[in-house]
Each structure stands twice: as C-alpha cells, then as structure tokens.
Design a protein around this ligand. Structure first.
Ligand code: DAH
Length: 361
C-alpha cells in the first residue's frame, strides 16, 4: 500500500498547513513551515512525489489537489510574513519613537551624568560662540563662508601681500606639511578664495579653526578660532568698517559698545587698525581685565590692500573694501570670564560641564 493519501487527505493536509501558518508568531517560524511543507522533502511535495504509485484514476485529482494546496500554503505564508513584518515595525515605531522637538533638558539634565555614567553631550563654549556669531552675521545680511584648514602658501601668505621674506611671516609660526602645504595660520586666506569666486559687492564672514606652531601659555594655544570679515563694494571707507563692527559687537555683547581704532600694521590692509572696545567689566574706569586702561583690544582690521584685491581678481581702481579678523576664543573668554585659553582644548569635563547652557539641541 502506498503512503500517498487520496485527494480527501490532501485537503486535510492543506488545512493543517494553513492552520500552522496562521498560528506562527515569528517570521522564523513561518519560514520553517515553508520548508516543512513546501521544501524538497516537505509534506506536500511528498504527496506529489508519491502520485506515480496511485491507481491511475486517483492520480489526476490528487495531483491537482496537492498543487492547489501548495499554492494556497505559499500564498498564506506570504500574507502571514507581511502581517508579522508590519506588526514588528509597528511595535518598533511604538517603542522607539523620538520627538525631535522635545527640549533635551526635559529628557535628562545635561550636566548630570546619566545612569550610564556617560552623560549627554554639550556644546563647547567656543562652538556656542561661533554659532552665535554666525547667527548674528546672517541676521545682518552677511554670507557665512568656510575655507580649508590645509592651505597653500599662496592663499595663506603671498596673495595676502606677505611674500616669502616678509617679517610678518615670523609672527605666523607655521605648521608646514610634508607636501609643501600648511595648516592655515589665520582665516584671511578665505578672503582670497571669496574674491576669486564672487563678484562684488561682497559681504561675507568666515569662522573657523586656525593653527600656530608656538609655545603655549594662558593666552596662546596652537589651535584657536577666528572670525574673518570681508566687504568689497564701491567707495568703501573706514566709516563703513566702524559702523559694521559696532553693530556686530553690540549684538555679541547685547548692549551698545564703544569702540576705538588705533593705527596698526597688517600687510593685507592699508590703513590697518586695532579695534578696542570700552572694557565691559569696569565700564572704562580700569580693572584687571583691561589692565587698567579702560579698553580691551579685540581685533585687527583695515581697508583691503590693493595688492590683495588684485590677487583676488578684483580691480582696485573700481572696487575697495574692508576686512577684519577677530579672535573667537578671546571673545568666549571675555563672555564667560575664562582666564586661560588652554582650557578650551584640554578636554577636561569639569571645565566643559560649566557651559551646560549650550545644550546639544
Ligand atoms: N589675519 C590676522 C591675524 O591672524 C588678523 C586680521 C587682521 C585679519 C586684520 C584681517 C584684518 O582681515 O584686516 O593676525
């Protein structure tokens, strides 16, 4: 006697398989049923394989019933898998949803280490100041640009009117790379890149990291940040420079600031100035921060030297401009009363946690 059932029994097998598929609760279990019923040595496949041993009049109906059963089980498996997958995704969405608008402070206080001991991230005070400066500049209608850290000698020095033997190179202790390039010693090379890619009028700033290969002390780091400003238009004069910087610094310090210019020298500007602000700590009467002078030196600036305009592809007969370079770390130190610039890159969490105001949003 053959082990192959008559077509009535195929119906029973089909019902059994469909019930098993329906009862399966994981995708793995469904896949196991696929192989147990439909695989090469699966139970419905067995029926087809045994057909030859049946009496001839049964072969047709049993074969038909077995093939239909296979098709039905196959379809049921696909339906079940899809249902399980969407239930799984639904559960994931329920369990792992994130509300990106929820303030982080409401999720967990940043300064307090979480249960993992790792705590949450904070914005570095210099990054916070940098973002603030960028926001202020954008609100003043200035473009915020960027430039590369690895620069060539032409952009960092020559195009800025600092030829090879110029004494100004001594003050820019340079980190030279093996390929002859260098780590930019200031953000001024962005001036050249900006002029070369834009037509005047230009009103732009660039904030970023710069590098100096020099001895460290409380006011010198070998990496710090600058905000570079560049304006090119017709008939630009020092009044434009002063009013722009007063507006910018007034926003930074959130009050009216008094500024003064002192003559200075930079190869890329003519005339060149240092800009001082009336000491915000003592109001000008003299304190330790302003070294009893009532003024704090804040930035270098001036009218862009014609050679620099030319190097940027701009005709100095038609256009003129002003530029400035501001130390962002210095500004951050003034804002928070930080006495040593070396804290910024030291990675000491006890220092950084004091700036929990600037949460990662
Ligand atoms: N690049 C100068 C420095 O790092 C700072 C500076 C001074 C930038 C005057 C300027 C400027 O754009 O006009 O020392």
């Amino acid at each position: 006697m053959s082990g192959t059932p008559p077509s009535g029994s195929v119906e029973a097998l089909r019902a059994e398989a469909l019930a098993a598929v329906e009862a399966a609760t994981t995708a793995e279990a469904v896949e196991a049923l696929r192989s147990a019923w439909l695989g090469r040595s699966g139970r419905l496949q067995d029926v087809l394989r045994g057909i030859g041993a049946l009496p001839p009049e049964q072969r047709g109906p049993v074969g038909k019933a077995a093939n239909e059963a296979k098709g039905a089980v196959e379809a049921a498996i696909d339906v079940r898998l899809a249902a399980l997958r969407s239930a799984h995704e639904g559960a994931l969405a329920d369990r792992e949803w994130v509300d990106p608008t929820m303030p982080l402070a409401a999720v967990a206080p940043a300064a307090a280490p979480a249960a993992t001991g790792r705590g949450l991230g904070l914005v570095h005070p210099v990054s916070g100041m940098r973002r603030e400066l960028e926001d202020i500049c954008l609100s003043m209608g200035l473009e915020v640009l960027d430039g590369p850290w690895v620069e060539d000698e032409w952009h960092n020095f020559e195009a800025l009117n600092i030829p090879r033997d110029h004494p100004a190179r001594d003050s820019h202790d340079t980190t030279w790379l093996e390929d002859g390039n260098l780590l930019r010693t200031h953000t001024s090379p962005v001036q050249i890149r900006t002029m070369a890619t834009r037509k005047p009028p230009i009103r732009a700033v660039a904030v970023g990291r710069v590098f100096r290969h020099e001895a460290l002390d409380a006011s010198h780091e070998n990496t710090f940040h600058q905000l570079e400003g560049i304006f090119v238009d017709r008939d630009v004069h020092v009044g434009h420079l002063v009013s722009t910087l007063r507006t910018l610094l007034g926003e930074v310090f959130r009050r009216d600031v008094e500024v003064r210019l002192r003559p200075s020298f930079f190869p890329f500007t003519e005339p060149s100035f240092e800009l001082d602000v009336r000491c915000l700590v003592c109001g000008g009467t003299g304190c330790a921060v302003c070294k009893r002078t009532g003024w704090v030196e804040l930035l270098g600036c001036g009218l862009i030297h014609p050679n620099v305009l030319r190097a940027g592809g701009i005709d100095p007969a038609t256009w003129s401009g002003f530029a400035f370079g501001l130390g962002v770390d210095r500004l951050t130190m003034m804002r928070h009363g930080i006495e040593d610039i070396r804290h910024f890159a030291a990675g000491d969490l006890r220092f950084l946690r004091q700036f929990a105001g600037g949460l990662v949003g």
